[in-house]
Design a binder for this molecule. Structure first.
Ligand code: COA
Length: 329
């Protein structure tokens, strides 16, 4: 359904970086071309290790921070059924974070180092989780459209070249499919509800549209890592391609519910299948991912509080003489 990968097999490979063994690099790239998975103990270029660590770590942080806006709605969700489902979802997201931290650890960075980089503001996490969920409608927009966007990105990434990340994503996507169903159900309930509910939903949709457009990353012209990541089949679709897949699948679903989107230029070219849209404000995107969004300080403050309160548990679990064990992913 998703992830129309496009990679030109004849494209020239990245030149050998300083200090890299050209023979090993050639073998490594030949394995990737044959569709083999790279495993933690296999030889890999330092740049591949670095890029994957960055990407998986950011993804893990996004799962953990991403549970915060929805977590605050567990007690306020309308009715017992919605409370139960959002509680289960938040629990799943934390589990996804754990799976992804374990996958990133196989590349050599410890979980403690990743937590420290998150708490110090060094590591990034998804832009969308730096906005507030002001009403229940915001939670339904997150549950439907941000989960939909995440599934498009994650199904594509799950076909990639690094074994531990792909296996974690297979499981994550399976669970995300349930999240999408609960998000869609809650979204439709508001869309066909009272006029006050429809207004609340429309307002939330207007607030979230730009962060959702930002979610897939900067335009291909501005993306700095895509070329390298696509050559090594870590990424199998460009940011603009994933954004287009999202628009193609979900804009019609929004319009058919009689809702509108705050972009007068949104239109599909039926011949090419490419959607036209107004470029979102990329200055805002870069400000938000660098720490200056509406909720960045609040999100990190909650994580620092959790880290501090959980210290005694970690101390009880990790005795000084214990050796660090590389997880099996
Ligand atoms: N939120 C926060 N930062 C983002 C972002 C987003 N939605 N999209 C891109 N960025 C950051 C990148 O991390 C990079 O920053 P860095 O160089 O400081 O690390 C910068 O913007 C330039 O982007 P680009 O060169 O396009 O990065 P990329 O090739 O890694 O592509 C993703 C960005 C998000 C598509 C890619 O990293 C990815 O698929 N990540 C894994 C999945 C994930 O994290 N999903 C979100 C959580 S559900």
């Amino acid at each position: 359904m998703y992830g129309n990968a496009y990679i030109d097999p004849n494209e020239k490979r990245q030149s050998v970086a300083e200090g890299e063994d050209p023979k090993k690099l050639e073998e490594f790239e030949a394995r990737i071309d044959r569709g083999e998975k790279i495993e933690p103990d296999d030889w890999m270029p330092p740049e591949y290790r670095k890029q994957l660590t960055r990407m998986i770590e950011q993804h893990a942080h996004s799962e953990i921070i991403g549970s915060l806006p929805e977590g605050t709605w567990i007690t306020r969700a309308p009715g017992f059924r919605r409370k139960l489902s959002i509680m289960a979802k938040v629990q799943d997201e934390i589990g996804h974070g754990q799976l992804l931290y374990a996958a990133a650890e196989t590349l050599g960075k410890s979980r403690e180092a990743m937590f420290n980089d998150l708490l110090s503001g060094k590591s990034k996490y998804s832009n969308v989780f730096n906005y507030p969920a002001e009403t229940w409608a915001d939670v339904t927009v997150i549950g439907f459209l941000i989960d939909a966007a995440a599934i498009i990105n994650q199904i594509t990434n799950s076909k990639g070249s690094y074994g531990p990340y792909c296996r974690a994503l297979d499981r994550i996507c399976f669970e995300e499919a349930f999240h999408l169903k609960q998000g869609h159900d809650a979204f439709v309930a508001l869309a066909i509800g009272t006029s006050a509910q429809r207004t609340m939903l429309q307002e939330a949709l207007n607030r979230w549209w730009q962060p959702i457009m930002h979610f897939f990353g900067p335009s291909d012209k501005q993306s700095v890592h895509s070329e390298k990541l696509m050559k090594w089949r870590v990424k199998l679709a460009s940011n603009d391609d994933m954004r287009n897949q999202f628009l193609d699948t979900y804009v019609p679903k929004i319009w058919e519910l009689g809702l509108t989107l705050p972009d007068p230029n949104l239109k599909k070219d039926e011949e090419t299948g490419v959607w036209a849209y107004t470029e979102p404000d990329w200055d805002e995107f870069f400000r938000v991912i660098k720490g200056d969004g509406p909720c960045n300080a609040e999100r990190l403050a909650v994580r620092r509080w959790a880290e501090e309160k959980g210290k005694w548990v970690r101390e009880a679990l990790f005795q000084p003489k214990d050796k660090y064990v590389m997880p099996l992913a």
